[in-house]
Write a protein that binds this ligand. Structure first.
Ligand SMILES: Cc1ncc(COP(=O)(O)O)c(C=O)c1O
Length: 436
């Protein structure tokens, strides 16, 4: 090419949660029976959509209107419904005009960061859900700016670290919060959220708060909606969606709620640019927006959601009890969403450790995959775990962190299988770390 056509941020776009699937598929073709514990898709893990929910979708599919474009911001009645729900929380008061629908939060996230001035940065948590951290880094053409989630303190944000970054880096224009969090499963206390709002207020920043797991909390915790603590000054974008809760990840439907959108004229212009970008695409998919109010107000919905949440709670405790005593390993009980991040003590992993793999072909493939330069020690562990046991998890180092470990989902529905998987992981960690 006579001129460079590659975006400055192209190198930041990596997504190991799906990359690992290629590795799993290769090993599966060699006869490994894979347990996919890498991706947060309840449907892929066998979640049964109840008949009444399918009936609502089927009914909507009979309506001609479901096949048409919707307004750019989204279906008016659905936005009014959501605004009323948010207003009923008693905090931020919004109208349907403060809501904007997207084709899944993935679409919203790429617009949030894609339409930000390249020199303006949003500081993201570390570890971080990669869609956010990669999109932010790609927009800036640089590595993500991060604040620490502390595995020694329930994975809560290190507020001193956050404020220090904000104070000394004037390029930081916003702070990303994910609550409940992916990949850690943490749910933040109200005081932490209030402290972050306060930092944003004092340094004149905006907030992005991803609440896609808002109604999936347990072990006695409560997810405090940003709307209830934001106050009247700090501009904020709250992200919510149907992928995890309904769950309908294939529906590609999520939305943005804007709080204090008119408080700052630059923020107002920025939000307008996101709306204009959506306008150029016309709108987001209509059908999931049309059914959303009917699904979440259905008398069976709370019971259905509660059953799932109680299962995650039970399984979070099974996982925690199996892994908590392991030498050199740091785990926190998952309190929300459906992920657990397991951290290895610094220096525990090296490039010589391995797990036994019976089949020659599988062993040779794994050895080849981990032999290249720059393979993180936790990636090596994850590949050996996959080759040796068929359990597919994601290296923690791929979540914008220097911590070594892995992320696993709690989505396996069968308790016996789930328990076996976690016992096998515990045994594999013991063997792997003792192997040299
Ligand atoms: C924190 C968080 N936000 C957003 C998403 C993506 O949601 P969507 O399916 O709406 O793109 C995910 C998916 O795993 C997630 O974990």
């Amino acid at each position: 090419m006579r001129t460079n056509i590659v975006h400055a941020g192209a190198g930041e776009l990596t997504y190991e949660i799906r990359n690992i699937v290629n590795v799993g598929n290769q090993l599966q073709a060699l006869g490994v029976k894979v347990n996919w514990e890498n991706i947060g898709d309840p449907i892929a893990k066998g979640e049964q959509i109840p008949g009444w929910m399918k009936d609502i979708v089927a009914e909507a599919a009979q309506e001609n209107l479901s096949y048409g474009y919707s307004p750019t911001r989204g279906v008016q009645s659905t936005r009014e419904f959501i605004a009323a729900q948010t207003n009923a929380l008693g905090g931020a008061q919004i109208t349907a005009e403060d809501i904007l629908f997207f084709n899944g939060l993935g679409d919203a996230i790429s617009k949030v960061f894609g339409f930000l001035r390249p020199t303006a940065r949003v500081i993201v948590p570390t570890p971080s859900y990669t869609t956010h951290s990669s999109a932010e880094a790609a927009h800036a053409g640089d590595a993500p700016l991060t604040y620490i989630l502390d595995p020694n303190k329930n994975w809560y944000p290190d507020l001193d670290d956050l404020e220090c970054h904000v104070k000394y880096n004037p390029a930081i224009a916003g702070i990303l919060i994910i609550n409940p969090d992916n990949p850690t499963g943490a749910v933040y206390p109200e005081s932490v959220l209030r402290a972050i709002v306060d930092i944003a207020d004092r340094y004149d920043l905006f907030l992005v708060c991803d609440e896609v797991y808002q109604n999936m909390v347990y072990n006695g915790t409560k997810a405090v909606p940003l709307a209830t603590v934001i106050g009247k000054r700090v501009p904020a974008i709250c992200l919510r969606g149907v992928s995890k809760e309904m769950p309908w990840p294939g529906g590609r439907c999520g939305w943005m709620e804007i709080y204090n959108g008119h408080h700052d004229c630059m923020f107002e212009k920025y939000i307008q640019s996101i709306l204009n970008a959506k306008m150029m695409e016309v709108c987001s998919t209509t059908l999931p927006q049309l059914v959303l109010p009917k699904v979440v107000t259905h008398p069976e919905y709370p019971k259905y959601l509660n059953e799932r949440v109680r299962r995650y709670e039970k399984f979070s405790n099974i996982a925690y009890d199996i892994l908590k005593g392991l030498k050199g390993v740091l785990v926190n009980r998952t309190n929300g969403a459906f992920y657990m991040s397991v951290v290895f003590e610094h220096g525990l992993l090296n490039h010589k450790q391995s797990l036994p793999i019976v089949k020659d072909e599988v062993r040779a493939t794994v050895e080849k995959m981990v032999s290249g330069p720059g393979v993180e020690p936790d990636k090596r562990f994850v590949y050996y775990l996959l080759g040796s046991t068929g359990i597919c998890v994601v290296p923690l180092s791929s979540f914008a962190t220097s911590l070594q470990g892995f992320r696993i989902t709690l989505l396996e529905r069968d308790e016996e299988t789930f328990t076996r998987i976690f016992r096998t992981i515990a045994e594999s960690i013991r063997k792997y770390t003792a192997s040299v």
